[in-house]
Design a protein. Sequence first.
Length: 277
Amino acid sequence: MSFGGLHVLSLESRRAVEMERLIRNQGGDPFVAPSMREVPLENNLEAIDFAARLMSGDFDLVMFLTGVGARILREAVETRFPSEEFLQALRRTKILVRGAKPSGVMREWNVPVTFTVPEPNTWREILATLGDSHFSRIAIQEYGRPADELFAALRARGSSVTSVPVYQYEIASDTTLLKEAARRLAANQIDVVLLTTAVQISYLLQVAAEMGIEEQVRQGLTRAKIGSIGPTTSEALRELGFEAAFEPSHPKMGFLVGESARAFGDRKSTRLKLQSH
């Protein structure tokens, strides 16, 4: 089963070209509107402070939530400290990684990993992975949006938690395509919306509000079928007032597109049959 010509909207930015190809290969009519950009924090004093405290033995657990975030963090630290000193400090500390990408980075750096969080990699899986293990001083590499639920849960366990932001999300520099996506949703021209993070919807709604069509866009999102890459995104969507109709078996972009095509692919034929009566 394929999308069968359904109009599929994606707000993917970094992998926009790949997303368009995946949707087209699954029989969809893609419209990809990059919604955001990842901006590394300049003069990242939090990263420098984290490194200094790490090398002084102030943390007994460090969590890496993304691979790209781990690399950006190391680059920031290297502006002030020798790289090998930072890596040696990591090797003396318990390490938790969320998923395959930060795990691969730690392997590349020859840093042993104590805890690997299984899919779907939400804060709940992080807590389950830690089990009864207790750590007094935890540092968490953030990835664009604060991990509020995780911080609250760890503090409830009695841990002192330090946030280490490495980059933040900002709206796309060019919002031309994002505005067109808003127009199409408002005009009920989108059948399926595929999301890899709920931040994408936040920026879409921001643009829609500036255009004076936020309510129509919200209605368009409610009419369309939303495919969410995983539970973290789905939870954040609920906070924005939307419900994901589908999550893939694995929180990966390829699974999201392929399995969404099978889940939503008969919607167009059903709609056409109803219109013919």
